[in-house]
Design a protein around this ligand. Structure first.
Ligand SMILES: CC(C)(COP(=O)(O)OP(=O)(O)OC[C@H]1O[C@@H](n2cnc3c(N)ncnc32)[C@H](O)[C@@H]1OP(=O)(O)O)[C@@H](O)C(=O)NCCC(=O)NCCS
Length: 157
């Protein structure tokens, strides 16, 4: 039965929508599986109740497979975190998730979006390149392990 459900889910297309406070635990699970230092449920919950934070999720049935979180300040926003759960990566799901998020930010009056990405993070850099971000700065040795952080920017509408 579980195999059947797993196979069925694996063929399913995700739904992209606004994330809610009740998603905090499931977002924390995806975050922990995606970053060296995970954010716990309380940290995620604090972000989700912040009126300046915009959050979207990708779900397949009841399964949270990805999320993106940004914080707005005046007419700018910073992408705080984006991830697709490891088992769901490499299927092109990050792009529609980020596109929806950027459209929402634009609708809320954001004119420029910033983010930071590790130079060696090829899937993330490709995603950002494909969604119109360009490099505006770099911090050598910013990450533990010595990787350079790139600051990227995208203008919206
Ligand atoms: C970054 C992340 C969200 C991208 O999602 P994904 O499911 O892996 O990537 P997608 O399948 O949506 O592909 C995005 C692009 O990257 C490319 N890509 C995917 N895996 C790749 C890899 N291993 N190397 C190089 N490019 C890759 C895809 O071909 C696609 O580009 P295209 O549109 O030109 O074909 C995901 O890898 C992730 O959660 N990583 C861990 C958390 C993280 O690093 N977040 C970003 C922090 S800045």
């Amino acid at each position: 039965m579980m195999n059947f459900v797993t196979r069925l889910l694996a063929r399913s297309e995700p739904t992209f929508s606004e994330a809610r406070q009740r998603d905090a635990a499931r977002i924390a699970t995806v975050h922990a599986a995606s970053f060296q230092r995970g954010w716990d449920e309380d940290e995620i919950h604090r972000l989700l109740i912040d009126r300046a934070v915009v959050a979207h999720r990708a779900t397949v049935g009841q399964t949270m497979i990805g999320f993106v979180l940004s914080r707005m300040a005046a007419d700018e926003a910073e992408i705080l975190s984006i991830a697709i759960a490891p088992a769901w990566r490499g299927r092109g799901f990050s792009r529609p998730l980020l596109d929806l998020h950027l459209r929402r930010l634009a609708g809320l009056g954001t004119r420029a979006v910033f983010l930071e990405v590790g130079e060696p993070n090829a899937p993330a850099r490709r995603l950002y390149q494909r969604t119109g971000f360009h490099e505006v700065g770099r911090r050598q040795g910013y990450y533990a392990g010595g990787a350079t952080a790139l600051t990227l920017r995208r203008e919206l509408g």
